[in-house]
Design a protein around this ligand. Structure first.
Ligand code: ATP
Length: 584
């Protein structure tokens, strides 16, 4: 397939914010994609050349891109940098430089999807001497045969910032439209930006959407979902969880009190410590172990200590289990807050030293697969029973502390005990519930001491003044609505003075720098990439922000490197929180 066919779709997707229009464009395109091209094309549509769960990374920074543009166009690196400063985006800068170079020359227009994909994949393969030169060479080669608009998207893909506003929801719906529209009698009315279905067709439509979502949640792989969808609904429903590939995790709801939690999960319930660490999906296949974060990233290399323990303590030959990884202070024998170990998630160097400095305990709380058996439909109490038999427990590797009770007082005492040993609260879980990947269902409920906090993504910032002038010091935060991010306030408090105490302005500035898109005076526009947790006193209706809500007295709690921008609180969540506030 010609790369231009894909680029046309990028341009059309980037050109509209209407979700149904995007779905229509994408579904038309997907219908033409051959089985052979599907994997490459779907990854590239997601701005990737490896699945999220692959360990390989491109490792392409702005400097390297500047050199590649310079090499391909003959402009000096300084001149390219100047164009970048004016346009504010390296993809646009690449387009402008290629345009200037080739005004007199005709583009060959022959760049293929296969070539772009192969070169970018190869970029990830170098280590040691000459790495940068080799990477520059491969990217420059693509730019040499690219048209300006192709150059823009080659560079954005290399930098991992495609910016076409395509989320998982649109990908799912486009898969449905592409494979089932004819059968469902679905036609998109562009002038109305809508589609009409009879109640009966609507029911079928919802069922197919559900089947595609089901398949995706189990495989997190849209290419194989598309291939199954082409065969029909039964194929989607029979897609299997694969040991070694992550699945979407089940999420839990929130309750303000133990009593409220019991109402959701029924009595008796499993009441468990809610440990304050981060979640890992541990896959074991004979001697091989794979570790995935909640964002489905493969962090096996960052946690050799966890992998070793999993290898020796999971006695089953094959299993997928879920665990909370908790920092543990050897001196005090207490758990440490999440912040202390979050540095380990993105660590690339000194991994062994960091592991020794920030030791962790592995606390297991669910079982998804064991010895080839998919356990998702088993009741929770049976999964826990199987989990007990699948592992050899120790002080560092054990099941979550739990009691089974129907008594509110007993559960409350357990909650107080949990807080006193340094945990966040408790989880209450329904004993007969299945495991439902990818959804926030009421099969489990969390009860935390601090209730009012949300995950948001930073979309803008402002340079500080006076002694803060070297740092970004006020951050515009946003929630998600479909594929869009809508602002919901600004946060500038909650940061620490010293690095040892937690996140400083300097830390956040560093984290945001690679995502800066444009700057005007002290204001900086930032691509939605960095997720933070923010506490607040109240949610107010507000015309000042695009979400039309504002967080009152927002305070930074922590960075969430384990979250993707897609995972942040949605506008619907905010509406829900708003309407459930006391006094509302
Ligand atoms: P939070 O930000 O409150 O941790 P979350 O958005 O990460 O919540 P939720 O599903 O809402 O995710 O809350 C449950 C999280 O708590 C799990 O993702 C897991 O990381 C953690 N956790 C700690 N202890 C347990 C436990 N015993 N059972 C399940 N999850 C636990």
């Amino acid at each position: 397939m010609l790369y231009q066919s894909l680029v046309d779709v990028y341009v059309r997707l980037a050109g509209t914010s209407k979700r149904l229009e995007k779905t229509n464009v994408l579904s038309g395109f997907l219908s033409q994609v051959s089985e052979d091209d599907a994997e490459r094309v779907i990854l590239l549509l997601q701005g990737l050349v490896f699945p999220v769960w692959d360990e390989r990374r491109l490792g392409v920074a702005e400097k390297l891109v500047l050199r590649a543009i310079s090499k391909a166009t003959g402009k000096s690196a300084e001149a390219v940098e100047q164009v970048w400063k004016t346009s504010g985006d390296l993809g646009d800068a690449a387009a402008a430089c290629v345009q200037a170079k080739t005004q007199a020359v005709l583009y060959s227009g022959e760049l293929s999807v296969g070539k772009v994909f192969a070169n970018l994949q190869q970029v990830a393969s170098f280590t040691g001497d000459g790495t940068v030169d080799n990477k520059v060479g491969l990217i420059a080669e693509l730019l040499t045969s690219a048209t300006p608009v192709q150059a823009r998207y080659v560079i954005r893909t290399a930098l991992g910032d495609l910016r076409i506003g395509l989320g998982d929801g649109t990908m799912r719906d486009a898969t449905v439209w592409s494979c089932f529209a004819a059968r469902l009698g679905l036609t998109y009315d562009a002038s109305e930006n809508d589609f009409q279905l009879t109640p009966e067709q609507r029911q079928q439509y919802d069922r197919v959407v559900d089947a595609v979502q089901f398949a995706y949640d189990r495989t997190t792989d849209f290419a194989s979902v598309l291939s199954a969808a082409r065969k029909g609904e039964d194929s989607l429903r029979s897609m299997k969880i694969v040991v070694g590939k992550p699945l979407k995790v089940m999420l839990y709801q929130k309750a303000s009190t133990i009593g409220e939690a019991f109402e959701v999960v029924d009595r008796p319930a499993s009441v468990e410590y809610k440990y304050d660490g981060f979640r890992l999906q541990i896959h074991k296949k004979r001697e091989e172990v794979f570790l995935f974060t909640r964002r489905l990233e493969n962090v096996t290399a960052q946690f050799p200590d966890v992998a070793d323990r999993a290898r020796s303590c999971i006695s089953a030959r094959e299993a997928i289990v879920e665990a909370e990884i908790v920092g543990f202070d050897l001196a005090t024998g207490k758990y440490l807050p999440f912040q202390n170990i979050s540095v380990r998630i993105q660590r690339k160097y000194d991994i062994q030293e960091t592991a020794a400095k920030y030791p962790v305990h592995i606390v297991l709380f669910d079982l998804i697969v064991v010895e080839g058996r998919d356990c998702t439909l088993l009741p929770y109490k049976d999964r826990i029973e199987l989990l007990t038999h699948a592992v050899a427990q120790s002080r560092e590797f054990h099941l979550a502390e739990r009691i089974t009770t129907d008594d509110e007082q007993e559960a409350t005492q357990f909650y107080v005990k949990s807080l006193s040993v340094g945990n966040e609260g408790v989880m209450l879980k329904r004993l007969d519930s299945p495991y439902q990947p990818g959804s926030r269902v009421g099969f489990g409920v969390k009860v935390k001491a601090v209730m009012d906090a949300v995950d948001v993504v930073i979309v803008g910032a402002e340079w500080g003044e006076g002694k803060r002038s070297a740092w970004l010091s006020s951050f515009e935060i946003a929630c998600r609505h479909g594929d869009q991010f809508l602002t919901i306030g600004r946060v500038g408090t909650g940061f620490k003075e010293k690095a040892e105490e937690g996140t400083t302005f300097a830390d956040l500035t560093e984290a945001l720098k690679p995502h800066v898109r444009a700057q005007k005076g002290r204001e900086v526009a930032v691509a939605p990439a960095v997720v933070i947790e923010v506490a607040y006193e109240e949610i107010q209706a507000s015309p000042s922000y695009s979400a039309e809500f504002a967080l009152r007295f927002p305070r930074f709690i922590r960075l969430r490197p384990d979250r993707r921008p897609e995972d942040v609180t949605t506008l619907d969540d905010i509406r829900e929180l708003y309407s459930h506030q006391r006094g509302k």
